[in-house]
Write a protein that binds this ligand. Structure first.
Ligand SMILES: *[C@@H]1O[C@H](CO)[C@@H](O)[C@H](O)[C@H]1NC(C)=O
Length: 331
């Protein structure tokens, strides 16, 4: 009798655990704009900004950040885009908005998606990539896997991975320990137990990742920018319409998981100076430690590092910062 009761309890627990840990399948997404079909049959949805392609001198593929999407119109309103002749294409990353999820999503797969997007849109052999925050991190994947397709690149407050081997352990540890405890734990889970990421960030027992919980460590300059943004631009309903797993959670798994390369060992993509790579970072970024970004910039002599004073993580929302980025790429 006793053992039967124990077995029944155990079984009930296993069923509960199986259900709680397993992410639900992605929900059906809409299809409201142009899209391309990728090598494995997935569709990638995109949106165009700036001057029409026929008139464009430069083509940029814009890689959005965590919880964002193709409607993030950075550069879309800039007069400089008209003046310089820049065509910008933003796409919903796989699993976000109206792009099909990619259960095999990796740094390499996203880089290949981007190359295919450039092909389908007739960008020719080379184009520019610009990525912000979590999207900035994906620019490392482009520099690693498709450098021959790049005319130039910009990493804007790119998210770092504390386990990149080239970081001096003490420096990385200090920066890691300065994060909120819940973010340290969420990152550890993404790294060491990716199968637990869904449950960890949806359970109600203790705080999940602070950005997911809407309690990110925004600094004073960020709060000022956010107070001026209209509400719709921080709306997560469109980006996460397929559910949080294939969008947000898979981002965390890719970002903080084990990388197949170390960005600090990437070779100069433009040894003959036919293009340039720029990194922009605010000195008051509460989400991405400036100390680690400085270390990367020092290590990679081919990175043009721009550190902005009194600036946080959200600077790309400012037109002045957008113009600075464009000038750096096309001057
Ligand atoms: C919050 O951001 C500030 C920079 O604005 C940084 O100095 C601090 O370490 C951050 N705190 C946490 C807990 O991440």
């Amino acid at each position: 009798m006793f053992w039967e009761a124990i077995m029944a309890l155990l079984l009930a627990f296993l069923v509960w655990a199986y259900k709680a840990l397993r992410p639900p399948p992605p929900l059906v997404h809409g299809s409201s704009g142009p899209r391309i079909k990728l090598r494995d049959g997935r569709f990638l949805s995109y949106k165009e900004y700036g001057v029409p392609e026929e008139r464009a001198k430069y083509n940029i593929i814009l890689i959005h950040g965590f919880g964002s999407c193709k409607h993030d119109d950075a550069f879309g309103q800039s007069e400089l885009v008209e003046k310089l002749g820049v065509h910008v294409v933003a796409f919903d990353r796989p699993g976000y908005g109206e792009s099909d999820p990619d259960p095999k999503r990796s740094l390499k797969s996203v880089a290949l998606d981007i190359a295919e997007l450039g092909d389908e849109l007739g960008f020719g052999p080379k184009f520019y990539v610009v990525g912000c925050s979590m999207g900035g991190q994906l620019v490392w994947g482009c520099l690693k896997y498709i450098p021959h397709r790049l005319a130039g690149a910009a990493l804007l407050a790119p998210v770092i991975n504390y386990w990149w081997p080239s970081f001096p352990p003490k420096l990385a540890k200090t920066a890691f320990r300065q994060q909120f405890p819940e973010d340290q734990w969420a990152s550890r889970v993404a790294r060491y137990a990716p199968w637990l990421v869904y449950w960890w960030n949806t359970q109600k027992w203790f705080p999940p990742n602070s950005v997911i919980a809407g309690r990110a460590n925004f600094s004073a300059p960020d709060l000022e920018i956010l107070s001026k943004l209209d509400r719709s631009s921080v709306d997560m309903a469109y980006p996460t319409q397929q559910g949080v797993y294939e969008s947000l959670h898979r981002d965390m798994i890719v970002a903080f998981g084990a990388w197949e390369f170390d960005p600090m060992e990437i070779d100069d993509p433009f040894p003959d100076g036919e293009g340039s790579v720029h990194m922009w970072q605010g000195d008051q970024d509460g989400l991405v430690p400036v100390t680690l970004q400085r270390y990367i910039a020092k290590k990679l002599h081919w990175i043009n590092y721009h550190e902005m004073q009194n600036s946080g993580h959200m600077f790309l929302a400012l037109k002045t910062a957008q113009d600075d980025v464009l000038h750096s790429l096309f001057a």
